[in-house]
Design a protein around this ligand. Sequence first.
Ligand SMILES: NC(=O)c1ccc[n+]([C@@H]2O[C@H](COP(=O)([O-])OP(=O)(O)OC[C@H]3O[C@@H](n4cnc5c(N)ncnc54)[C@H](O)[C@@H]3O)[C@@H](O)[C@H]2O)c1
Length: 478
Amino acid sequence: MSLVLLYQKFDLFYSADILNTGISNVSSICFLPIFANFSDCNIIIYSMASIRIAVIGLGYVGLPLARLFATKYPVVGFDINQKRVNEINHGIDHTLEVEEQMLQNSLISQNQVHTGIKGLFCSFHQEDIKECNFYIVTVPTPVDKNNRPDLTPLLKASETVGRVVSRGDIVVYESTVYPGATEEDCIPVIEKVSGLKYNVDFFAGYSPERINPGDKEHTVEKIKKVTSGSTTDVAEIVDATYNSVIQAGTYKASSIRVAEAAKVIENSQRDINIAFVNELAKIFNAMKIDTHDVLEAAATKWNFLRFQPGLVGGHCIGVDPYYLAQKAQEAGYHPEIILAGRRMNDSMGKYVATEVVKLMIRNEIPVKSAKILLLGITFKENCPDIRNTKATDIYYELISYGIEVDIFDPWASPEEVKHEYGISIITDMNETVNYGAVILAVAHREFMSVDFERFKARGAILYDVKGILPFELVNARL
Ligand SMILES: NC(=O)c1ccc[n+]([C@@H]2O[C@H](COP(=O)([O-])OP(=O)(O)OC[C@H]3O[C@@H](n4cnc5c(N)ncnc54)[C@H](O)[C@@H]3O)[C@@H](O)[C@H]2O)c1
């Protein structure tokens, strides 16, 4: 093999093995892929300057990450959703995670991976990521209707990688999974499709994403990133690559499985903590004690964890614990707390609806054929994401009583809601309609200026799921 000179001071990593090979002049060795593994002396040399990144899956996670990497590297964003790719190429991010101007500034109109010019090029053609050497997979990891992990998108993305990966490349998974998914489920697919051998021809890493949709403060570069790699050297390289763009820095986990486990427990812990306060809300409600008052008093102790009761939707906190639970069961352990937490949180939509109906009956408001206004259908505040929203649980329970429900949400796309749930939402809220009840389900900032007094004056019950309206104003809150 003939070797070409390429040396960059401060920008070159080489494995400890090289120190034992007798090769003293590092600058006389090079490679064209970012990564070279010479079987005779097992040398790994890596240059940051030759990184060419592909981000596979341009959703809430993938697009902000691709945009960030594009500030330093040539990046190709790949997605199977042509509409999404076309929108991004016009500077539009319907998830609202990347500002239009910022996106426009990072976009380049031609694939530049071969030239090394930094910038983001997006495509739905697989050939466009062929020249890349650092693949990052950010596709969804949902559950099926029985709450079992559905790895289909991850396995399909792995097939894509298998068709384009070359010797020396690194594949990093970011999607939330159970410990072992990268190496037991995904890597064998890449090996099968590519014919290459793991940790000999190509390498892997896992770096879980921690972004919080709609949060403009904790953006991707401001959140410390856990990294890991399939060998010590690869872990170093993956870490250095992320560290070059993440302002908050990185934390190198001891293995891929540790990094996978760390991510899935972050969300499971949050789920369980919320489940506990949801249980408290049910208990205190039965005892006619205001839960928020109790939490406020308890939070005066330094080590009390202040979680709020509420609906737990979205495709992270409400889904990830099932990934952990499935793997635990495979390992012969039936998780008690994790699944109990899931059951509790999944019961809250129905609970809220039932509480509202009881209030209506107590206040002599006829239930059958009543009209109720549900404010908010996205899974969280100030964010257009409607996936796995639990506001729909309130809706379905109410209509099962024969109640007519108007849903108003200034953040949700009516077309998307219709497509996803078959529900038509109203696009204008009318404060002069005689609603039997108004339920504030999501704390969008727009709802702060709603004239709730007006609804109340027309006889509506006010129920505050989020506990953000004045206590004196509402009839009840969770
Ligand atoms: N959104 C979050 O808050 C968040 C936070 C942390 C971690 N995560 C995790 O990150 C992963 C991605 O989540 P997301 O919210 O960005 O999902 P998303 O649904 O917003 O985006 C995923 C994108 O991947 C594309 N895609 C699906 N299959 C593909 C394939 N085979 N090849 C190429 N593209 C494909 C889809 O078209 C979509 O555009 C999930 O595992 C999720 O659990 C999400």
